[in-house]
Ligand binder design. Structure first.
Ligand code: MG
Length: 384
C-alpha cells in the first residue's frame, strides 16, 4: 500500500489570477474557464494545498472575485485584491502575509494548471541554500535574433538560456523586502528578477513540460476526453384545442395544439434532453424549470441553443441528430423539410446531419387516441 508522500517544509502560496486572459477567445478570463473538467485556477490551488500550502492567497481583480470564489468553492483560501500590474498584485499578496510571516512562499500564475508535487519539492529544497528558486527548462530549438525588420541579426546561445516557469519559491522576508524596494520598470517580468535586482541568489531547478502556460484556445481542447459522447431524450405533451402546435420550431396548422411548459415543442424538448444527456448536464427542467414564469410561452429553440452552447463549452460539437415523432395526426411528411431546416439552423448543423422521422402507434395508446404527441431523439457529440 502506498503511504502518504513525504511531507514538505512549511510554505505559504500566492496564486496570481488577476489577468484578463482574453487571448484564448471568449468572454471569460482563461483562469476561470474549464480545463479537464474544472476551472483552470482550481487545478493549481488544489495542487498547492495538497502539498501543504498554508495559507493560500489568491489575487484577483475586483470584477473577478465572484468567478474566483465559484472556481475555488470548498477550498481553504483567502481572496486578495490584485493591482494594476502583476508586480503590484504580487506585492499586495506578500503584504497580506505579513501577519503570518511564513519562512517560505511560492508565487504561481493561475494559467499554469498542471503543477506536479515534485516541482514544489525541488523548489523548497533549493531554498536551503538560496533566497529564491525557479523551475526552468532547456531551450531545444535554435535561436535567432530579429533585427526588428524581419531579418536575422545574429544568433543566441541556446545552451546558456532557460525557459522560466512558475511557481517561483522564495524566502518570504527576502522577496517581501525586494518587492518593497522595487524601483524598476512599471512591471517586472517575474519575481525572480525582482529578487535578483536586490542582490538575492536564485537557484535554477528542473521544471516540467506539464507546467506549460495555457495561452491559446487549442490548449483548452482536452485530448484525454472521450472522442464521442451520445445522449437520448424523450418527451410527451398533451394535445388540446385552442393551443398552437409547434414542432421542431415550426408552427403547424392543426385543429389542436400542444399544451405545457413554454411553447410545448415536444420535438425540441427531446433533442435538448439528448444534448444535455450526452454531456451529463442534467435535463431541460434543470436548466429551465417549468415553475419559473419567465419560460411560460417561451420559444423552445432557445433551450436547444443553450444546450448546444453548453456542449461546445465542454469541448464537443454535435455530429448528428435523429428524431422520431410519435402521433396519429397531423401528418408530419409535408412539414418535414421545414422542420429539418429549422433544427439544422438551431443546432448549427448541415441538414444532412438532421433526421426527422414519424410513426403512428396504430391507434393504440394516448398517441393513437390523439391525446398527445411523443418524441424521442438521439444526438451524437464529437470532440471539437
Ligand atoms: Mg417538454
Amino acid at each position: 500500500m502506498a503511504g502518504a508522500p513525504p511531507s514538505l517544509p512549511p510554505f505559504a502560496a500566492i496564486i496570481v489570477a488577476a489577468g484578463k486572459g482574453l487571448r484564448v477567445g471568449g468572454d471569460t478570463p482563461k483562469q476561470f474557464r474549464n480545463w479537464r473538467g474544472k476551472p483552470v485556477l482550481r487545478h493549481s490551488a488544489e495542487a498547492l494545498l495538497a502539498a501543504g500550502a498554508a495559507p493560500l492567497i489568491v489575487m484577483t481583480s475586483a470584477d473577478g472575485a465572484a468567478a474566483a470564489n465559484a472556481a475555488l468553492a470548498g477550498l481553504p483560501f483567502t481572496l486578495a485584491q490584485g493591482g494594476a500590474t502583476r508586480q503590484e498584485s504580487v506585492r499586495n499578496g506578500l503584504e497580506a502575509l505579513a501577519a503570518q510571516a511564513p519562512q517560505a512562499v511560492l508565487i504561481h500564475d493561475a494559467a499554469r494548471p498542471d503543477l506536479p508535487r515534485a516541482v514544489i519539492a525541488r523548489l523548497l529544497g533549493a531554498l536551503a541554500d538560496h533566497q529564491g528558486a525557479i523551475p526552468v527548462l532547456p531551450v531545444v530549438d535554435s535561436l535567432a535574433v530579429d533585427d526588428g525588420a524581419g531579418q536575422m541579426a545574429g544568433k543566441a546561445e541556446r545552451e546558456t538560456l532557460r525557459r522560466v516557469q512558475t511557481p517561483q519559491a522564495f524566502r518570504y522576508a527576502d522577496i517581501l523586502a525586494a518587492h518593497r524596494a522595487w524601483a524598476g520598470p512599471l512591471d517586472a517580468g517575474d519575481d525572480a528578477q525582482v529578487l535578483a535586482v536586490s542582490g538575492g541568489s536564485v537557484a535554477l531547478v528542473e521544471g516540467d513540460e506539464r507546467l506549460k502556460k495555457i495561452t491559446f484556445a487549442e490548449d483548452f481542447v482536452d485530448t484525454t476526453a472521450p472522442a464521442f459522447r451520445i445522449g437520448q431524450g424523450y418527451d410527451v405533451h398533451r394535445l388540446e384545442t385552442g393551443e398552437e402546435l409547434w414542432l421542431c420550431g415550426v408552427q403547424i396548422p392543426h385543429d389542436k395544439g400542444l399544451s405545457g411548459h413554454s411553447d410545448a415543442d415536444v420535438a425540441l424538448h427531446a433533442i435538448t434532453d439528448a444534448v444535455l444527456g450526452a454531456i451529463g448536464a442534467g435535463d431541460i427542467g434543470t436548466h429551465f424549470p417549468p415553475s419559473d414564469p419567465q419560460w411560460r410561452g417561451a420559444r423552445s429553440a432557445q433551450f436547444l441553443e443553450h444546450a448546444v452552447s453548453l456542449a461546445r463549452e465542454a469541448g464537443y460539437a454535435v455530429a448528428n441528430c435523429d428524431l422520431t415523432l410519435i402521433c396519429e395526426a397531423p401528418k408530419i411528411g409535408p412539414h418535414r423539410p421545414a422542420m429539418r431546416a429549422a433544427v439544422a439552423r438551431i443546432m448549427h448543423l448541415g441538414e444532412d446531419a438532421v433526421s426527422i422521422k414519424a410513426t403512428t402507434t396504430e391507434r393504440l395508446g394516448f398517441t393513437g387516441r390523439g391525446e398527445g404527441i411523443a418524441a424521442q431523439a438521439i444526438v451524437l457529440l464529437q470532440r471539437a
